[in-house]
Design a protein around this ligand. Sequence first.
Ligand code: CA
Length: 229
Amino acid sequence: MYSVVVVEDETLTRRAIALSLREAGFTVHEASDALACRALLRQTRPDMIVLDLGLPGIDGMDFARELRVRSDFGLIIVTRQSAPEARIASLDLGADDYLIKPIHYGELAARIRSVMRRLGRDRSRRRKVGQWTVDLEARTVSNGRLDASLTRGEFDILARLIQADTKIVTRQELLSAISRSPQESDMRSVDALVSRLRRKLGETTGGNLIATAPGFGYRLAATPETEEP
Ligand code: CA
């Protein structure tokens, strides 16, 4: 869940933006001007600031520049100006994205998630693998109806395969993921864990989730999709 500061002096607009973002699952702080935004930044560390350029008492571009001195959050600029110069200026000063009013709230939420992904702040630790949702933090695997109760070793292997996307992970690498002191003789335990993992994920009835790379190791047969927070 990302935390977003919405800086906008028009109360109704700000509330509407905040409401839509909260409904989309974001934590939202509201600031009606630059002063309120500065005060908020002393208390919280947001992932994103959505900044309306038309603020009272300060040039929006100047304030954007001031914010951009810090790089620990994303910055999306919102303005009424539709001139390409305004867009170029915003991006030049380091904004991560730019929206023109009236903004579409669904689009704003999508742009925020997209910037977060680009900045590598993708907080979602949930991956969709076939019919399964794998929560890498909670270490759960569920298909919405039932949980695949995996052992520690089985989960570690699945997590390592997910980490590699669809690239091959050698048996040696998988062994390192499950044990502290990998030994050649333990290679068969990797194979045993993978076959148990396949069985628990229903590979006998469903499609192949884990492909064998003969002589090398294993890989996921399909790209694990990130689930939006
Ligand atoms: Ca305004």
